[in-house]
Design a binder for this molecule. Structure first.
Ligand code: SF4
Length: 385
């Protein structure tokens, strides 16, 4: 079925649905709120972009993210799922992964039934917090009471559930974060993603912080929250398989695993990225522009570059370092054509001596301290190019 290795030929596809019921104050994704009249046009455009694949492209995993894909009505959702089914058929149904992102308030029994009928077997729910005042500070639309209803609906028909949680929300204390993790674990999710809140430039929350209207969490407390997540989730049987991601055994997100391996993937929709045959492309981030371009027969791509082999190798190091598995020397050689130590031998020795990396000869990976400083470490390795 596949003629090229997974770093050249995609086994996985990402589709972006930008629509949300409200634009949360911290969100910097490609999202659109209050533009529901664009949904059908967007689906027209998405179908056209999928048709530009030329022929159906079989994949092993699919991830539909957003935005809030389940914000679509059941009828619109069916249309989306039918287009995916036509252009991105699943190889060996049963051993596939088909993930859809969701929010507690956007799910209903009809939509969940539809997702299950089209082979969706993993729903990632944007829970974020179990504290009403923190949900309000983040401008989330759902109430805490909607979380159990959503989980119950999904559980009846879909085998795997993931929770997204945010820590270091405005004014959040360590005790509140501990309670959030406990509340999440009480639902026995298969997977948990924990993200420290970032104040992305230009977002309403960033503006509030700039004018001193937000009580931010200091760095030490944010670190304490991250470390608590590592300990609490490990104690509950979760594997910390990527900086921000924890999974029960066998429940890693396979789509994201491919992404963190720096392997190839298709990407369709506004703001979507794709990486096929060494070419990295990015679609426009504005929904109206995306729709206009695609419906006019123009490409939605606004950036396209083929990285040179050395650049590609460094990008592979930076991405794979985020994983608990780290960078495996033999696999790295196959994937990039470079010896890891030729490129960053001195850097690895320095960071290993500083206790930030573990090097067992077959692979290089972050230590616990390294995980806490991951962003800086990745920046540093990219600077050593
Ligand atoms: S629901 Fe998610 S994607 Fe939509 S605005 Fe809020 S954070 Fe962004």
């Amino acid at each position: 079925m596949f003629t090229d290795p997974p770093w050249l030929q995609p086994r996985t596809a990402y589709l972006h649905v930008p629509f949300c019921g409200h634009h949360c104050g911290y969100c910097d994704f490609a999202v659109t709120a209050g533009q529901d009249h664009l949904i059908e046009l967007y689906l027209d455009a998405l179908e056209l972009e999928l048709a530009a694949l030329g022929q159906p492209q079989p994949v092993e995993t699919i991830f539909v993210g957003g935005g809030t894909p389940t914000y679509l009505t059941a009828k619109q959702l069916r249309r989306l799922l039918e287009a995916i089914h036509k252009w991105l058929p699943i190889i060996s149904p049963g051993s596939h992964e088909f993930s859809v992102e969701s929010t507690p308030e956007s799910l209903d029994a009809e939509k969940v039934h539809l997702l299950a009928a089209f082979g969706v077997n993993r729903v990632s729910i944007g829970v974020q917090s179990f504290h009403p005042h923190l949900l309000a500070a983040l401008e989330r639309r759902h109430g805490v009471e909607q979380i159990p209803q959503a989980v119950e609906m999904v559980r009846k028909q879909i085998p795997a559930i993931s929770f997204d949680l945010i820590f270091a929300a405005p004014g959040q204390t360590l005790a509140q974060w501990e309670a959030d993790l406990d509340a999440a674990l009480a639902f026995d999710p298969d997977h948990v993603s924990t993200y420290g809140l970032t104040y992305e430039k230009g977002t309403p929350l960033w503006k509030d912080r700039e004018r001193g209207a937000v009580r931010t969490v200091d760095e030490d407390n944010e670190l304490a929250m991250y470390e608590h997540a590592m300990d609490r989730l490990a104690a509950a049987g979760f594997e910390h398989y990527e900086i921000s991601n924890f999974a029960k055994p066998g429940k890693r997100c396979r789509h994201n695993d491919r992404y963190w391996a720096n392997e190839a993937y298709f990407g369709v929709g506004v703001g979507a990225a794709r990486y096929v045959q060494w070419v990295r492309e990015l679609n426009v981030r504005d929904t109206k522009l995306y729709v206009r371009r695609v419906l006019a027969g123009e490409t939605p791509t606004y950036q396209s570059e083929e990285l040179d082999p050395r650049e590609r190798a460094f990008e592979t190091i930076a991405t794979q370092l985020r994983r608990a598995d780290g960078v495996r020397r033999d696999r790295f050689r196959d994937q990039t054509g470079f010896e890891l130590d030729e490129l960053i031998g001195d850097w690895v020795r320095d960071f290993t001596a500083n206790g930030l990396l573990l090097d067992d000869d077959s692979s290089v990976r972050l230590t616990r301290r390294g995980k806490c400083l991951a962003d800086g470490i990745v920046t540093s390795v990219m600077k050593s190019r």
